[in-house]
Design a binder for this molecule. Structure first.
Ligand code: E4P
Length: 220
């Protein structure tokens, strides 16, 4: 199971690389806006952090594009910036078509905004390098997501598609574990979600308890 950070904050990415052995990054227009920097500036800064590694950075095309030719043109421009870039495309008809064309050109794509298993299946058969089912949004909408992920994993395995499944819009440690049990390849989550998931209040209670015993015990 690989962990990607869903962020465009350089300081968060640096911390996650150093402390968590982060496997990659996903960005989206919301994260880029939150970074407070222009799009091209921030994606180049993130690319620099990963130079010399094979860790992927997902970078999203202009979400106003509804024509696959415009998506492909921007994808080519972005892919030329860094070999780590995987191009995020929306799961709409033009997005799937762009995946197919980019595959021919050797450019990897990440189909994003996937909310149904049928969307994921089509993305995989068109050759998406990553497929990103969003579970947080579905759960906010009262939908079940464990079988959603299980179905996508099963179809990928049934047909031997090479796509990796990124469970996205993850809000807590429980969802990280659910994604792992369902057989997803990757989870992408925000900095605070990982921080909380890697911790537990009882660990601190136990540590304090053991420190007290330690302090009452001679070392030699
Ligand atoms: C994934 O690639 C997306 O960037 C992300 O998970 C979107 O969801 P959120 O912004 O609601 O967390």
């Amino acid at each position: 199971m690989k962990f990607f950070l869903d962020s465009a904050h350089v300081n968060e990415i640096e911390h996650a690389l150093e402390m968590w052995n982060l496997d990659g990054v996903t960005t989206n227009p919301r994260h880029v806006q939150a970074s407070g920097k222009p799009f091209m500036v921030v994606i180049r800064e993130i690319a620099a952090l990963f130079a010399g590694t094979e860790k992927p950075i997902s970078v999203e095309v202009n979400p106003h594009h509804t024509d696959y030719r415009a998506m492909v043109a921007e994808a080519e421009k972005l892919a030329a910036i860094s070999p780590n870039f995987v191009i995020k495309l929306p799961a709409i008809e033009a997005g799937y078509k762009a995946v197919d064309i980019l595959l021919e050109k050797g450019i990897r794509s990440n189909l994003t905004l996937v909310f149904s298993a049928a969307q994921a299946l089509h993305a995989m058969r068109m050759g998406a390098y990553f497929v990103s089912p969003f579970i947080g949004w579905k759960e906010s909408n009262g939908e079940e997501t464990i079988s959603f992920i299980e179905e996508i994993v099963a179809m990928r395995d049934n047909y031997g598609f090479s796509s990796e499944i990124i469970v996205a819009a993850v809000r807590n440690g429980r969802q990280i574990v659910d994604a792992g049990v369902a057989g997803a390849d990757i989870v992408t989550a925000g900095f605070a979600v990982f921080q909380e998931a890697f911790d537990h209040p009882y660990t601190h209670v136990g540590l304090k308890r053991f420190q007290n015993f330690w302090d009452q015990t001679p070392y030699e």
